[in-house]
Structure formats: structure tokens, C-alpha cells
Ligand binder design. Sequence first.
Ligand code: FMN
Length: 220
Amino acid sequence: MDIMDAVRERHSVRKYTDKPIEGETLHGLLAVIDECNRESGLHIQLVKDEKAFDCLKARYGRFSGVANYIALVGKDTPELYELVGYYGEKIVIRAQMLGLSTCWVAGTYKKIPGAFDAEPEEKLTAVISVGYGANKGVQHRSKKPEKVAPDYDTAPEWFRKGVDAALLAPTAINQQKFMFLYNGGKVSAQALRGPYSMIDLGIVKYHFEIGSGKGRDVWK
Ligand SMILES: Cc1cc2nc3c(=O)[nH]c(=O)nc-3n(C[C@H](O)[C@H](O)[C@H](O)COP(=O)(O)O)c2cc1C
């Protein structure tokens, strides 16, 4: 599966089978987590067989069978949320390529102290459930590209492809509160007001880079 297939096929999955993550798949998942931590300085961890989804909030959120999640931990700085969004989504897309399903979760879980490591200056921002999905999820409803990118019709094709990929990204309550502006070959990306919209910003910037084929130097 190539990376754009993974972007297209990824949907949030909240119901999992009891098949454990092991062998090459586990190895691949741990490898991308390691790679992200080395690049970002974050302290992201895979938590296996734990009880964060065994609570009323998670049942209300329609989660079942969650045996593993990724704890998005990092130093409590102003950049933390965008950073977690970017690298968390890199892990999500790699998980999809490994045949796993995921769901970003900032609200409908319970923090279990001791289940993950966090230094005193670090904080758990959100988690991502991960495992073999009992279903493939469904395509979310989406805003029109012109709504999130006023330059969509006049900008180059790579910009349009980047915006299209961003609109396929997960966002909190599917709010899609972001904006991409094209300016002389560079792009500025902004988060609008909304719950967790700074995490969303990191997520959609990662999708934009994949869709457009541009590197991190595309950002203004
Ligand atoms: C930062 C963030 C937080 C989220 N928190 C939750 C949550 O607490 N509970 C939940 O069920 N889904 C949560 N989601 C999943 C979104 O509802 C989902 O991504 C969105 O509806 C789009 O659907 P899709 O991921 O299938 O494309 C969250 C997503 C993001 C990006």
C-alpha cells in the first residue's frame, strides 16, 4: 500500500477484534514511534493491554475491544499540541500501511496513572487507539476545498493536492477548523478556534505534505 492509499483508506475505527499486534507488525509500529520520538523529542509510547477504554466515557464514545493505545506524551511547551498532531498522524498513517486501524482520542478515555511514563515537565495530550479493526470505519463528511483554502482554484496543482489530502485527515469532532493560504510558492497554515484545533493543525500539515509532495520547507 502506498502512503496516499493509506491517507484515502484511513477512517476512525472504534471497535477492535481481539487479534494481538505482534511480529513484524509490532516491530513496524515500534519503529515509527521511535523514529518520531528521535525527530521531535516527544515521548510517545505504545501502551498494551490496559484499561483506559474500560470506562463509561469510552462506552459513550462507542469504543469496544481497545487493548492498545499510543500515549502522546511530550514536554509541556506552547508547540506541544501541533507537534503531537504532526507526529501522531505520521504514526496513524504508518499503522494503516501495516494493516492496523486507529482512532485519535482526546476526550472519551480515562487517564490511568502509571500506565505510561511522563517526566514532571511532560504531559499526556491525547491518545490513539490502535489494533485490528472489526470494521474499516466510514468516510467523514467534508468541507469544500475553497472553504479551507481561498486560493484553491488559482494556486498550482501541488497545492490543490495538498488541500485535498488535508481534507481527508481526522480532526476533533470532524470540525476541519483550519485554513491554508498560498503565497508565492509557500503556504501558511492556520488553526481556527475550536477544541484541540492545534492538534488538528499538526495532523493536517502532515497530510498536506504527503498530498503535495512538498517537504517541511513549504511552510511560511
Ligand atoms: C484531536 C482529535 C481528538 C479526537 N477525540 C475523539 C474522542 O475523544 N472520541 C472519539 O470518539 N473520537 C475522537 N476523535 C475522532 C474524530 O471524531 C474523527 O477523526 C472525525 O470525526 C473524522 O472522522 P475520521 O477520522 O473517520 O475521518 C478525535 C480526533 C482528533 C483529531
